[in-house]
Design a protein around this ligand. Structure first.
Ligand code: M6R
Length: 606
Protein backbone atom coordinates (compact mmCIF):
# COMPACT_ATOMS: atom_id res chain seq x y z
CA UNK A 1 0.00 0.00 0.00
CA UNK A 2 1.74 3.16 -1.17
CA UNK A 3 5.42 3.43 -1.95
CA UNK A 4 8.07 5.82 -0.67
CA UNK A 5 11.36 6.75 -2.28
CA UNK A 6 14.01 9.28 -1.33
CA UNK A 7 17.39 10.30 -2.64
CA UNK A 8 20.34 12.44 -1.61
CA UNK A 9 23.60 12.30 -3.59
CA UNK A 10 25.22 13.36 -6.82
CA UNK A 11 22.62 12.32 -9.37
CA UNK A 12 19.61 14.30 -10.52
CA UNK A 13 17.09 13.42 -7.82
CA UNK A 14 14.10 13.60 -10.17
CA UNK A 15 15.40 10.74 -12.32
CA UNK A 16 16.18 8.48 -9.37
CA UNK A 17 12.84 9.23 -7.71
CA UNK A 18 10.72 8.61 -10.80
CA UNK A 19 12.68 5.42 -11.57
CA UNK A 20 12.15 4.22 -8.00
CA UNK A 21 8.44 5.08 -8.09
CA UNK A 22 8.00 3.05 -11.26
CA UNK A 23 9.37 0.03 -9.42
CA UNK A 24 7.03 0.63 -6.50
CA UNK A 25 3.99 1.46 -8.58
CA UNK A 26 2.57 -2.00 -7.93
CA UNK A 27 2.11 -1.02 -4.28
CA UNK A 28 -0.36 1.74 -5.10
CA UNK A 29 -1.23 3.61 -8.22
CA UNK A 30 -3.98 6.17 -7.59
CA UNK A 31 -1.70 9.19 -7.69
CA UNK A 32 1.97 10.08 -7.31
CA UNK A 33 4.31 12.96 -6.64
CA UNK A 34 7.82 14.12 -5.89
CA UNK A 35 9.39 17.06 -4.05
CA UNK A 36 12.99 18.06 -4.69
CA UNK A 37 15.40 20.65 -3.39
CA UNK A 38 17.43 22.53 -6.01
CA UNK A 39 20.98 23.79 -5.60
CA UNK A 40 19.67 27.20 -4.42
CA UNK A 41 17.82 25.40 -1.63
CA UNK A 42 14.47 26.04 -3.17
CA UNK A 43 11.89 23.25 -2.98
CA UNK A 44 9.75 22.11 -5.92
CA UNK A 45 6.66 19.98 -5.80
CA UNK A 46 4.92 18.02 -8.56
CA UNK A 47 1.93 15.74 -8.11
CA UNK A 48 -0.61 14.12 -10.35
CA UNK A 49 -3.56 11.80 -10.28
CA UNK A 50 -3.07 8.45 -12.03
CA UNK A 51 -0.05 6.35 -12.71
CA UNK A 52 3.62 7.32 -12.66
CA UNK A 53 3.42 7.94 -16.42
CA UNK A 54 1.10 10.89 -15.65
CA UNK A 55 3.63 12.28 -13.19
CA UNK A 56 6.38 11.85 -15.80
CA UNK A 57 4.35 13.92 -18.28
CA UNK A 58 4.02 16.68 -15.69
CA UNK A 59 7.76 16.59 -15.05
CA UNK A 60 8.58 16.59 -18.75
CA UNK A 61 6.84 19.93 -19.05
CA UNK A 62 8.35 21.32 -15.85
CA UNK A 63 11.51 19.37 -14.95
CA UNK A 64 13.00 19.69 -11.49
CA UNK A 65 16.71 19.96 -10.86
CA UNK A 66 18.52 19.18 -7.62
CA UNK A 67 20.20 16.34 -5.83
CA UNK A 68 17.82 15.66 -2.99
CA UNK A 69 14.19 14.67 -3.01
CA UNK A 70 11.37 12.43 -1.87
CA UNK A 71 8.59 10.71 -3.82
CA UNK A 72 5.43 8.72 -3.26
CA UNK A 73 2.96 6.55 -5.12
CA UNK A 74 -0.38 6.43 -3.38
CA UNK A 75 -3.22 4.04 -2.70
CA UNK A 76 -5.86 6.32 -1.16
CA UNK A 77 -6.99 5.74 2.41
CA UNK A 78 -7.80 9.26 3.72
CA UNK A 79 -9.47 11.48 1.15
CA UNK A 80 -10.29 10.83 -2.46
CA UNK A 81 -7.94 10.38 -5.36
CA UNK A 82 -7.07 14.02 -6.14
CA UNK A 83 -3.91 15.92 -6.86
CA UNK A 84 -4.28 17.85 -3.59
CA UNK A 85 -4.47 14.62 -1.61
CA UNK A 86 -1.42 13.15 -3.36
CA UNK A 87 1.94 13.16 -1.57
CA UNK A 88 4.38 14.80 -0.90
CA UNK A 89 2.55 17.12 1.48
CA UNK A 90 3.89 20.49 2.41
CA UNK A 91 3.38 22.67 5.48
CA UNK A 92 5.60 25.66 6.26
CA UNK A 93 9.17 24.42 5.91
CA UNK A 94 8.28 20.75 5.81
CA UNK A 95 7.96 18.38 2.83
CA UNK A 96 6.75 14.94 3.77
CA UNK A 97 5.77 11.56 2.29
CA UNK A 98 3.99 9.02 4.46
CA UNK A 99 2.77 5.43 4.36
CA UNK A 100 0.38 4.27 7.06
CA UNK A 101 -2.46 5.90 8.96
CA UNK A 102 -2.46 8.61 11.63
CA UNK A 103 -5.42 7.63 13.77
CA UNK A 104 -5.54 10.80 15.89
CA UNK A 105 -5.18 13.23 12.99
CA UNK A 106 -8.52 14.96 13.67
CA UNK A 107 -7.55 15.77 17.23
CA UNK A 108 -4.14 17.08 16.08
CA UNK A 109 -5.69 19.05 13.24
CA UNK A 110 -7.96 20.84 15.71
CA UNK A 111 -4.89 21.93 17.67
CA UNK A 112 -2.99 23.19 14.61
CA UNK A 113 -5.07 26.32 14.18
CA UNK A 114 -2.36 28.34 12.40
CA UNK A 115 -2.41 26.06 9.37
CA UNK A 116 -4.71 26.14 6.37
CA UNK A 117 -5.16 22.55 5.28
CA UNK A 118 -5.53 22.04 1.57
CA UNK A 119 -6.10 18.27 1.57
CA UNK A 120 -8.30 15.75 3.38
CA UNK A 121 -5.31 13.66 4.40
CA UNK A 122 -3.89 12.66 7.74
CA UNK A 123 -0.42 13.14 6.22
CA UNK A 124 -0.81 16.89 5.78
CA UNK A 125 -1.65 17.11 9.48
CA UNK A 126 1.58 15.32 10.31
CA UNK A 127 3.52 17.75 8.07
CA UNK A 128 1.93 20.68 9.93
CA UNK A 129 2.65 19.09 13.31
CA UNK A 130 6.33 18.68 12.44
CA UNK A 131 6.47 22.24 11.13
CA UNK A 132 4.89 23.55 14.35
CA UNK A 133 7.69 21.89 16.32
CA UNK A 134 10.40 23.00 13.88
CA UNK A 135 11.05 26.43 15.41
CA UNK A 136 13.65 28.35 17.41
CA UNK A 137 16.81 26.45 16.60
CA UNK A 138 15.22 23.00 16.86
CA UNK A 139 16.72 20.58 14.32
CA UNK A 140 14.58 18.70 11.80
CA UNK A 141 15.50 15.44 13.54
CA UNK A 142 14.31 16.76 16.92
CA UNK A 143 11.13 18.23 15.46
CA UNK A 144 10.28 14.92 13.78
CA UNK A 145 10.99 12.93 16.96
CA UNK A 146 8.91 15.26 19.11
CA UNK A 147 6.00 15.12 16.63
CA UNK A 148 6.06 11.35 16.24
CA UNK A 149 5.66 10.92 19.98
CA UNK A 150 2.21 12.49 19.59
CA UNK A 151 1.13 10.12 16.86
CA UNK A 152 -1.30 7.23 17.30
CA UNK A 153 -1.21 4.98 14.29
CA UNK A 154 1.37 3.72 11.85
CA UNK A 155 3.91 5.42 9.67
CA UNK A 156 6.87 5.15 7.39
CA UNK A 157 7.92 8.70 6.57
CA UNK A 158 10.59 10.69 4.75
CA UNK A 159 10.89 14.42 5.45
CA UNK A 160 13.07 17.28 4.29
CA UNK A 161 13.24 21.01 4.79
CA UNK A 162 14.94 23.71 2.68
CA UNK A 163 16.35 24.97 6.00
CA UNK A 164 18.54 21.85 6.28
CA UNK A 165 19.64 21.08 2.73
CA UNK A 166 21.41 17.76 2.27
CA UNK A 167 19.37 16.00 4.95
CA UNK A 168 16.36 13.69 4.81
CA UNK A 169 14.88 12.44 8.07
CA UNK A 170 13.07 9.09 7.96
CA UNK A 171 11.20 7.09 10.58
CA UNK A 172 9.06 4.00 10.86
CA UNK A 173 6.38 2.45 12.98
CA UNK A 174 4.51 -0.43 11.39
CA UNK A 175 5.34 0.56 7.82
CA UNK A 176 8.65 -0.47 6.26
CA UNK A 177 11.51 1.92 5.57
CA UNK A 178 14.85 0.88 4.13
CA UNK A 179 17.94 3.05 3.71
CA UNK A 180 20.23 2.08 0.83
CA UNK A 181 23.86 3.04 1.37
CA UNK A 182 25.70 3.93 -1.83
CA UNK A 183 29.00 5.65 -2.57
CA UNK A 184 28.37 9.34 -2.02
CA UNK A 185 24.62 8.76 -2.21
CA UNK A 186 21.89 7.48 0.03
CA UNK A 187 18.55 6.11 -1.13
CA UNK A 188 15.37 5.58 0.79
CA UNK A 189 12.58 3.18 -0.09
CA UNK A 190 9.64 1.42 1.45
CA UNK A 191 10.55 -1.69 -0.53
CA UNK A 192 14.01 -3.05 -1.34
CA UNK A 193 13.12 -3.52 -5.02
CA UNK A 194 13.51 0.25 -5.53
CA UNK A 195 17.13 -0.01 -4.38
CA UNK A 196 18.21 -2.85 -6.68
CA UNK A 197 20.91 -1.75 -9.10
CA UNK A 198 21.98 1.16 -6.84
CA UNK A 199 23.35 -0.63 -3.84
CA UNK A 200 23.33 -3.97 -2.05
CA UNK A 201 23.93 -2.49 1.39
CA UNK A 202 20.96 -1.32 3.38
CA UNK A 203 19.77 -0.48 6.86
CA UNK A 204 16.32 -1.87 7.60
CA UNK A 205 14.82 0.55 10.10
CA UNK A 206 13.00 -1.04 13.03
CA UNK A 207 9.74 0.18 14.51
CA UNK A 208 10.25 3.22 16.72
CA UNK A 209 13.47 4.24 14.99
CA UNK A 210 14.35 7.42 13.18
CA UNK A 211 17.34 8.12 10.93
CA UNK A 212 19.09 11.18 9.61
CA UNK A 213 20.21 10.50 6.04
CA UNK A 214 22.82 12.46 4.12
CA UNK A 215 24.77 11.58 0.98
CA UNK A 216 27.43 10.04 3.26
CA UNK A 217 25.14 7.56 5.03
CA UNK A 218 22.66 7.43 7.86
CA UNK A 219 22.62 7.75 11.64
CA UNK A 220 19.91 5.91 13.50
CA UNK A 221 18.19 7.10 16.70
CA UNK A 222 15.35 6.10 18.98
CA UNK A 223 12.47 8.56 19.32
CA UNK A 224 14.15 9.57 22.61
CA UNK A 225 17.09 10.58 20.41
CA UNK A 226 19.44 7.96 21.78
CA UNK A 227 22.01 7.02 19.18
CA UNK A 228 21.55 3.39 18.04
CA UNK A 229 23.99 1.01 16.38
CA UNK A 230 22.73 -0.07 13.01
CA UNK A 231 24.21 -2.93 11.07
CA UNK A 232 23.82 -2.73 7.28
CA UNK A 233 22.40 -5.88 5.69
CA UNK A 234 22.71 -7.24 2.16
CA UNK A 235 19.77 -6.76 -0.18
CA UNK A 236 18.83 -9.91 -2.07
CA UNK A 237 17.70 -10.08 -5.69
CA UNK A 238 18.71 -8.48 -8.94
CA UNK A 239 17.34 -6.01 -11.44
CA UNK A 240 16.28 -8.74 -13.93
CA UNK A 241 13.86 -10.12 -11.34
CA UNK A 242 11.90 -6.89 -11.39
CA UNK A 243 11.72 -6.59 -15.17
CA UNK A 244 9.16 -8.15 -17.49
CA UNK A 245 11.88 -10.08 -19.38
CA UNK A 246 10.05 -10.11 -22.71
CA UNK A 247 6.60 -10.87 -21.32
CA UNK A 248 3.73 -8.42 -21.85
CA UNK A 249 2.88 -8.45 -18.17
CA UNK A 250 4.51 -9.29 -14.87
CA UNK A 251 1.60 -11.62 -14.16
CA UNK A 252 2.33 -13.84 -17.14
CA UNK A 253 6.04 -13.76 -16.36
CA UNK A 254 5.38 -14.77 -12.75
CA UNK A 255 3.07 -17.61 -13.80
CA UNK A 256 5.50 -18.91 -16.41
CA UNK A 257 8.61 -18.72 -14.20
CA UNK A 258 7.18 -20.94 -11.47
CA UNK A 259 9.41 -23.89 -12.38
CA UNK A 260 12.49 -21.75 -11.77
CA UNK A 261 11.24 -20.12 -8.61
CA UNK A 262 10.16 -23.46 -7.23
CA UNK A 263 13.67 -24.80 -7.75
CA UNK A 264 14.79 -22.01 -5.42
CA UNK A 265 12.10 -22.88 -2.87
CA UNK A 266 13.20 -26.52 -2.87
CA UNK A 267 16.93 -26.01 -3.16
CA UNK A 268 18.81 -27.90 -0.43
CA UNK A 269 15.58 -28.77 1.34
CA UNK A 270 14.60 -32.15 -0.08
CA UNK A 271 16.47 -35.40 -0.52
CA UNK A 272 14.51 -37.69 -2.87
CA UNK A 273 17.06 -40.51 -2.45
CA UNK A 274 16.48 -40.64 1.28
CA UNK A 275 12.84 -39.62 0.90
CA UNK A 276 13.22 -36.76 3.35
CA UNK A 277 12.54 -33.05 3.62
CA UNK A 278 14.40 -30.59 5.79
CA UNK A 279 14.02 -26.89 6.48
CA UNK A 280 16.79 -25.14 8.37
CA UNK A 281 14.89 -22.01 9.42
CA UNK A 282 12.35 -23.19 11.99
CA UNK A 283 15.06 -23.33 14.66
CA UNK A 284 13.19 -25.85 16.76
CA UNK A 285 14.85 -28.46 18.93
CA UNK A 286 14.06 -32.15 18.48
CA UNK A 287 11.97 -32.01 21.65
CA UNK A 288 10.06 -29.01 20.42
CA UNK A 289 9.39 -30.75 17.09
CA UNK A 290 8.18 -33.85 18.90
CA UNK A 291 5.95 -31.87 21.26
CA UNK A 292 4.08 -29.97 18.56
CA UNK A 293 0.52 -31.25 18.32
CA UNK A 294 -1.28 -28.24 16.89
CA UNK A 295 -0.41 -26.03 13.96
CA UNK A 296 -2.29 -22.80 13.37
CA UNK A 297 -1.77 -21.26 9.94
CA UNK A 298 -2.48 -17.54 9.55
CA UNK A 299 -2.79 -15.52 6.35
CA UNK A 300 -4.95 -13.33 4.12
CA UNK A 301 -6.21 -13.88 0.60
CA UNK A 302 -4.00 -16.18 -1.40
CA UNK A 303 -1.71 -16.79 1.57
CA UNK A 304 -4.73 -18.09 3.50
CA UNK A 305 -5.67 -20.45 0.64
CA UNK A 306 -2.08 -21.66 0.46
CA UNK A 307 -2.33 -22.44 4.18
CA UNK A 308 -5.60 -24.30 3.66
CA UNK A 309 -4.09 -26.54 0.99
CA UNK A 310 -0.97 -27.13 3.06
CA UNK A 311 -3.12 -28.13 6.04
CA UNK A 312 -4.61 -31.02 4.02
CA UNK A 313 -1.11 -32.23 3.20
CA UNK A 314 0.12 -31.83 6.78
CA UNK A 315 -2.80 -33.78 8.20
CA UNK A 316 -2.03 -36.67 5.85
CA UNK A 317 1.63 -36.63 6.77
CA UNK A 318 1.52 -36.10 10.53
CA UNK A 319 -0.76 -38.66 12.20
CA UNK A 320 -1.39 -36.88 15.50
CA UNK A 321 -1.50 -33.30 14.29
CA UNK A 322 -4.43 -30.91 14.52
CA UNK A 323 -4.34 -28.07 12.04
CA UNK A 324 -6.31 -24.87 12.06
CA UNK A 325 -6.21 -22.33 9.23
CA UNK A 326 -7.39 -18.83 10.01
CA UNK A 327 -8.04 -15.56 8.21
CA UNK A 328 -5.83 -12.98 9.85
CA UNK A 329 -8.33 -10.09 9.77
CA UNK A 330 -10.76 -12.21 11.83
CA UNK A 331 -8.35 -14.02 14.08
CA UNK A 332 -6.61 -10.91 15.38
CA UNK A 333 -9.78 -9.81 17.21
CA UNK A 334 -11.01 -13.21 18.36
CA UNK A 335 -10.57 -14.38 21.93
CA UNK A 336 -8.56 -17.29 20.67
CA UNK A 337 -6.80 -19.91 22.77
CA UNK A 338 -4.03 -22.11 21.54
CA UNK A 339 -2.85 -25.32 23.18
CA UNK A 340 0.56 -25.08 24.84
CA UNK A 341 2.34 -27.15 22.22
CA UNK A 342 1.11 -25.17 19.25
CA UNK A 343 3.20 -23.58 16.60
CA UNK A 344 1.93 -20.79 14.36
CA UNK A 345 2.83 -20.51 10.68
CA UNK A 346 2.56 -16.88 9.62
CA UNK A 347 2.13 -16.84 5.84
CA UNK A 348 2.75 -13.72 3.81
CA UNK A 349 4.28 -12.92 0.45
CA UNK A 350 5.03 -9.30 1.31
CA UNK A 351 5.74 -9.88 4.98
CA UNK A 352 3.98 -6.56 5.63
CA UNK A 353 0.26 -7.37 5.67
CA UNK A 354 -1.19 -5.45 8.61
CA UNK A 355 -3.71 -8.08 9.74
CA UNK A 356 -1.22 -10.92 9.49
CA UNK A 357 1.35 -8.92 11.41
CA UNK A 358 -1.22 -8.11 14.10
CA UNK A 359 -1.98 -11.85 14.48
CA UNK A 360 1.71 -12.61 14.78
CA UNK A 361 1.97 -10.16 17.66
CA UNK A 362 -1.18 -11.50 19.36
CA UNK A 363 0.07 -15.08 19.07
CA UNK A 364 3.47 -14.13 20.46
CA UNK A 365 1.79 -12.49 23.46
CA UNK A 366 0.30 -15.92 24.24
CA UNK A 367 3.77 -17.43 24.36
CA UNK A 368 3.32 -19.55 21.21
CA UNK A 369 6.25 -20.11 18.84
CA UNK A 370 5.80 -18.33 15.52
CA UNK A 371 7.37 -19.36 12.21
CA UNK A 372 7.27 -17.18 9.13
CA UNK A 373 6.46 -18.51 5.66
CA UNK A 374 7.53 -15.31 3.97
CA UNK A 375 8.74 -14.26 0.54
CA UNK A 376 10.03 -10.70 1.01
CA UNK A 377 13.44 -10.89 2.64
CA UNK A 378 13.93 -8.49 5.56
CA UNK A 379 10.21 -7.70 5.78
CA UNK A 380 8.56 -6.90 9.11
CA UNK A 381 6.98 -10.33 9.59
CA UNK A 382 10.26 -12.05 8.71
CA UNK A 383 11.99 -9.95 11.35
CA UNK A 384 9.45 -10.48 14.10
CA UNK A 385 8.85 -14.24 13.92
CA UNK A 386 10.81 -16.64 16.12
CA UNK A 387 11.99 -18.62 13.12
CA UNK A 388 10.71 -19.76 9.79
CA UNK A 389 11.60 -20.03 6.22
CA UNK A 390 11.86 -17.77 3.21
CA UNK A 391 9.96 -19.23 0.27
CA UNK A 392 12.42 -17.70 -2.23
CA UNK A 393 9.89 -17.03 -4.98
CA UNK A 394 11.72 -13.80 -5.86
CA UNK A 395 10.02 -10.40 -6.17
CA UNK A 396 6.34 -10.75 -7.03
CA UNK A 397 5.31 -7.53 -8.76
CA UNK A 398 1.89 -8.28 -10.19
CA UNK A 399 -0.85 -7.60 -7.66
CA UNK A 400 -2.38 -11.03 -8.15
CA UNK A 401 -0.30 -13.56 -6.29
CA UNK A 402 0.70 -16.66 -8.29
CA UNK A 403 4.23 -17.94 -7.87
CA UNK A 404 4.15 -17.03 -4.18
CA UNK A 405 1.13 -19.31 -3.68
CA UNK A 406 2.96 -22.28 -5.14
CA UNK A 407 6.07 -21.55 -3.10
CA UNK A 408 4.10 -21.06 0.13
CA UNK A 409 2.26 -24.37 -0.24
CA UNK A 410 5.51 -26.18 -0.91
CA UNK A 411 7.34 -24.54 2.00
CA UNK A 412 4.58 -25.49 4.42
CA UNK A 413 4.43 -28.99 2.99
CA UNK A 414 8.14 -29.38 3.68
CA UNK A 415 7.56 -28.26 7.25
CA UNK A 416 4.85 -30.94 7.48
CA UNK A 417 7.21 -33.54 6.01
CA UNK A 418 9.82 -32.66 8.56
CA UNK A 419 7.35 -32.74 11.41
CA UNK A 420 6.13 -36.16 10.24
CA UNK A 421 9.60 -37.60 10.92
CA UNK A 422 9.23 -36.80 14.62
CA UNK A 423 5.63 -38.01 14.85
CA UNK A 424 5.78 -41.48 13.42
CA UNK A 425 4.56 -40.42 9.98
CA UNK A 426 4.46 -43.12 7.30
CA UNK A 427 7.98 -43.14 5.75
CA UNK A 428 6.53 -44.29 2.40
CA UNK A 429 4.16 -41.35 2.28
CA UNK A 430 6.89 -38.89 3.27
CA UNK A 431 9.11 -40.36 0.56
CA UNK A 432 6.33 -40.15 -2.03
CA UNK A 433 5.67 -36.50 -1.24
CA UNK A 434 9.42 -35.86 -1.46
CA UNK A 435 9.65 -37.63 -4.82
CA UNK A 436 6.74 -35.62 -6.20
CA UNK A 437 8.29 -32.39 -4.91
CA UNK A 438 11.53 -33.24 -6.68
CA UNK A 439 9.79 -33.43 -10.09
CA UNK A 440 7.23 -30.71 -9.45
CA UNK A 441 9.20 -27.85 -11.11
CA UNK A 442 9.55 -29.78 -14.38
CA UNK A 443 5.92 -30.89 -14.25
CA UNK A 444 4.79 -27.30 -13.74
CA UNK A 445 6.87 -26.23 -16.70
CA UNK A 446 5.38 -29.00 -18.85
CA UNK A 447 1.82 -28.22 -17.75
CA UNK A 448 2.17 -24.51 -18.48
CA UNK A 449 3.79 -25.00 -21.86
CA UNK A 450 1.41 -27.74 -22.98
CA UNK A 451 -1.79 -25.97 -22.03
CA UNK A 452 -1.02 -22.28 -22.38
CA UNK A 453 -2.66 -21.98 -25.79
CA UNK A 454 -5.69 -24.01 -24.74
CA UNK A 455 -6.24 -21.71 -21.77
CA UNK A 456 -5.94 -18.71 -24.08
CA UNK A 457 -8.60 -20.18 -26.38
CA UNK A 458 -10.90 -21.01 -23.46
CA UNK A 459 -10.52 -17.46 -22.21
CA UNK A 460 -11.87 -16.13 -25.51
CA UNK A 461 -14.95 -18.32 -25.06
CA UNK A 462 -15.60 -17.54 -21.38
CA UNK A 463 -14.58 -13.87 -21.06
CA UNK A 464 -18.12 -12.72 -21.83
CA UNK A 465 -19.70 -14.38 -18.80
CA UNK A 466 -20.78 -12.35 -15.76
CA UNK A 467 -20.48 -15.05 -13.13
CA UNK A 468 -18.33 -18.04 -12.36
CA UNK A 469 -18.29 -20.79 -9.79
CA UNK A 470 -15.11 -22.71 -8.95
CA UNK A 471 -15.64 -26.11 -7.40
CA UNK A 472 -13.38 -28.71 -5.92
CA UNK A 473 -13.25 -31.39 -3.31
CA UNK A 474 -10.54 -32.44 -0.85
CA UNK A 475 -7.23 -30.83 -1.88
CA UNK A 476 -8.95 -29.33 -4.93
CA UNK A 477 -11.20 -27.29 -2.63
CA UNK A 478 -8.55 -24.71 -1.62
CA UNK A 479 -7.67 -24.58 -5.31
CA UNK A 480 -11.26 -23.70 -6.15
CA UNK A 481 -11.14 -20.84 -3.65
CA UNK A 482 -7.85 -19.60 -5.06
CA UNK A 483 -9.07 -19.92 -8.66
CA UNK A 484 -12.13 -17.81 -7.94
CA UNK A 485 -10.05 -15.15 -6.18
CA UNK A 486 -7.63 -14.95 -9.11
CA UNK A 487 -10.44 -14.59 -11.62
CA UNK A 488 -12.38 -11.95 -9.72
CA UNK A 489 -9.43 -9.73 -8.87
CA UNK A 490 -8.11 -9.34 -12.40
CA UNK A 491 -11.11 -9.98 -14.67
CA UNK A 492 -13.76 -8.35 -12.40
CA UNK A 493 -16.07 -11.30 -13.17
CA UNK A 494 -18.08 -12.25 -10.12
CA UNK A 495 -16.54 -15.54 -9.04
CA UNK A 496 -17.02 -17.77 -6.03
CA UNK A 497 -15.15 -20.81 -4.85
CA UNK A 498 -17.01 -23.65 -3.18
CA UNK A 499 -16.43 -27.15 -1.92
CA UNK A 500 -18.29 -29.22 -4.53
CA UNK A 501 -20.13 -31.08 -1.78
CA UNK A 502 -21.74 -27.77 -0.83
CA UNK A 503 -23.30 -27.20 -4.23
CA UNK A 504 -26.65 -28.70 -3.25
CA UNK A 505 -26.68 -26.76 -0.02
CA UNK A 506 -27.28 -23.44 -1.72
CA UNK A 507 -25.10 -22.25 -4.58
CA UNK A 508 -26.82 -24.44 -7.19
CA UNK A 509 -29.76 -22.03 -6.94
CA UNK A 510 -27.61 -19.47 -8.73
CA UNK A 511 -26.86 -21.52 -11.81
CA UNK A 512 -28.22 -20.41 -15.15
CA UNK A 513 -26.78 -19.75 -18.57
CA UNK A 514 -24.93 -16.63 -17.36
CA UNK A 515 -22.64 -18.86 -15.26
CA UNK A 516 -19.65 -20.92 -16.08
CA UNK A 517 -18.19 -23.42 -13.64
CA UNK A 518 -14.63 -24.55 -13.26
CA UNK A 519 -14.49 -28.01 -11.67
CA UNK A 520 -11.06 -29.17 -10.54
CA UNK A 521 -11.33 -32.95 -10.39
CA UNK A 522 -8.54 -35.09 -9.01
CA UNK A 523 -7.82 -38.64 -9.99
CA UNK A 524 -8.18 -40.08 -6.50
CA UNK A 525 -10.52 -42.04 -4.27
CA UNK A 526 -13.01 -39.14 -4.25
CA UNK A 527 -13.24 -38.96 -8.06
CA UNK A 528 -16.90 -40.04 -8.35
CA UNK A 529 -17.98 -37.74 -5.56
CA UNK A 530 -15.98 -34.87 -7.05
CA UNK A 531 -17.92 -35.33 -10.31
CA UNK A 532 -21.19 -35.07 -8.35
CA UNK A 533 -23.04 -31.90 -9.21
CA UNK A 534 -21.66 -31.72 -12.72
CA UNK A 535 -24.86 -33.09 -14.31
CA UNK A 536 -27.08 -30.86 -12.23
CA UNK A 537 -25.07 -27.82 -13.27
CA UNK A 538 -25.19 -28.75 -16.94
CA UNK A 539 -28.93 -29.46 -16.75
CA UNK A 540 -29.44 -25.89 -15.54
CA UNK A 541 -27.61 -24.32 -18.45
CA UNK A 542 -24.28 -23.75 -16.69
CA UNK A 543 -21.23 -24.13 -18.89
CA UNK A 544 -18.54 -26.33 -17.43
CA UNK A 545 -14.77 -26.41 -17.69
CA UNK A 546 -13.04 -29.42 -16.15
CA UNK A 547 -9.43 -29.28 -15.06
CA UNK A 548 -8.29 -32.76 -14.26
CA UNK A 549 -5.49 -35.29 -14.12
CA UNK A 550 -7.93 -38.14 -14.66
CA UNK A 551 -8.20 -40.10 -17.90
CA UNK A 552 -11.79 -41.15 -17.21
CA UNK A 553 -14.72 -39.98 -19.33
CA UNK A 554 -16.29 -36.83 -17.97
CA UNK A 555 -19.15 -34.97 -19.62
CA UNK A 556 -18.46 -31.27 -19.84
CA UNK A 557 -18.28 -28.37 -22.26
CA UNK A 558 -14.51 -28.20 -22.06
CA UNK A 559 -11.94 -30.51 -20.50
CA UNK A 560 -8.28 -29.78 -19.92
CA UNK A 561 -6.41 -32.93 -18.93
CA UNK A 562 -2.91 -32.92 -17.62
CA UNK A 563 -0.78 -35.97 -18.10
CA UNK A 564 1.62 -36.19 -15.19
CA UNK A 565 3.13 -38.78 -12.82
CA UNK A 566 2.29 -36.34 -10.04
CA UNK A 567 -0.75 -37.37 -8.00
CA UNK A 568 -0.62 -35.96 -4.47
CA UNK A 569 0.48 -32.55 -5.68
CA UNK A 570 -1.81 -32.48 -8.73
CA UNK A 571 -3.85 -29.59 -7.27
CA UNK A 572 -0.74 -27.40 -7.46
CA UNK A 573 -0.34 -28.26 -11.15
CA UNK A 574 -4.02 -27.72 -11.92
CA UNK A 575 -3.91 -24.38 -10.15
CA UNK A 576 -1.37 -23.10 -12.66
CA UNK A 577 -4.03 -23.65 -15.36
CA UNK A 578 -6.46 -21.53 -13.38
CA UNK A 579 -3.82 -18.83 -13.18
CA UNK A 580 -3.50 -18.85 -16.99
CA UNK A 581 -7.27 -18.85 -17.43
CA UNK A 582 -7.69 -15.80 -15.19
CA UNK A 583 -4.82 -14.02 -16.94
CA UNK A 584 -6.15 -14.57 -20.45
CA UNK A 585 -9.74 -13.73 -19.50
CA UNK A 586 -8.54 -10.45 -18.00
CA UNK A 587 -6.58 -9.71 -21.18
CA UNK A 588 -9.61 -10.56 -23.29
CA UNK A 589 -11.67 -8.07 -21.26
CA UNK A 590 -9.04 -5.39 -21.79
CA UNK A 591 -8.14 -5.04 -18.11
CA UNK A 592 -4.94 -3.82 -16.50
CA UNK A 593 -3.86 -7.25 -15.26
CA UNK A 594 -0.83 -6.18 -13.25
CA UNK A 595 -2.54 -3.32 -11.47
CA UNK A 596 -6.21 -4.21 -11.16
CA UNK A 597 -8.62 -1.56 -9.99
CA UNK A 598 -8.99 -0.80 -6.26
CA UNK A 599 -6.24 -3.23 -5.23
CA UNK A 600 -2.71 -2.81 -3.96
CA UNK A 601 -0.03 -5.42 -3.67
CA UNK A 602 0.64 -5.12 -0.02
CA UNK A 603 -2.12 -4.27 2.42
CA UNK A 604 -0.29 -2.51 5.22
CA UNK A 605 -3.39 -0.86 6.67
CA UNK A 606 -6.51 -2.43 8.13
O1 M6R B 1 1.56 -10.22 1.11
P1 M6R B 1 0.57 -11.22 1.64
O2 M6R B 1 0.83 -12.59 1.16
O3 M6R B 1 0.40 -11.15 3.12
O4 M6R B 1 -0.81 -10.76 1.01
C1 M6R B 1 -2.00 -11.39 1.32
C2 M6R B 1 -3.11 -10.98 0.39
O5 M6R B 1 -3.31 -9.61 0.44
C3 M6R B 1 -2.81 -11.38 -1.07
O6 M6R B 1 -2.59 -12.74 -1.20
C4 M6R B 1 -3.98 -10.97 -1.97
O7 M6R B 1 -5.12 -11.71 -1.67
C5 M6R B 1 -3.59 -11.12 -3.43
N1 M6R B 1 -4.04 -9.97 -4.17
C6 M6R B 1 -4.14 -12.34 -4.06
O8 M6R B 1 -3.81 -12.46 -5.40
Amino acid sequence: MCGIVGYVGKKEAQDVLVGGLRRLEYRGYDSAGIATLDDNDEAHLARSVGKISELSSVLEKAPQTGHLGIGHTRWATHGGVTETNAHPHHAGDIYLVHNGIIENYKELKAELKDYDFASDTDTEVLAALIDSNYKDGVSLKDAVAKSLKRIRGTYGIAVFSPKEPGTIVVARLGSPLIIGLGHGETLIASDASALLGYTREAIYLNDGELAVCTKDGAEVFSLDLKHLDSKPETIEGNVEQIQKSGYDHFLLKEIMEQATTLHNTLSGRINPKLGKMHLGGPNLTEKEMRDINHVVIVGCGTAYYAGLLASYFMEQLVPDLTTEVVIASEYRYRSFHLPKNSVALIVSQSGETADTLACLREIKKRGIKTLGIVNAVGSTIAREVDGGTYVHAGPEISVASTKAFTAQVVAMLMFGGMLAEYHGGDPKLIAEYTRELSILPEEIEKTLNTHRETMEQLAKKYAKYDDALYLGRDTAYPIALEGALKLKEISYIHAEGYASGELKHGPIALIDDRFFEVFTILDNWLFDKACGGLHEVRARGGKTIILTNSKADIEADDIVRIDSPIKLLAPILLNTLQQLLAYYIAIERGNDVDQPRNLAKSVTVE
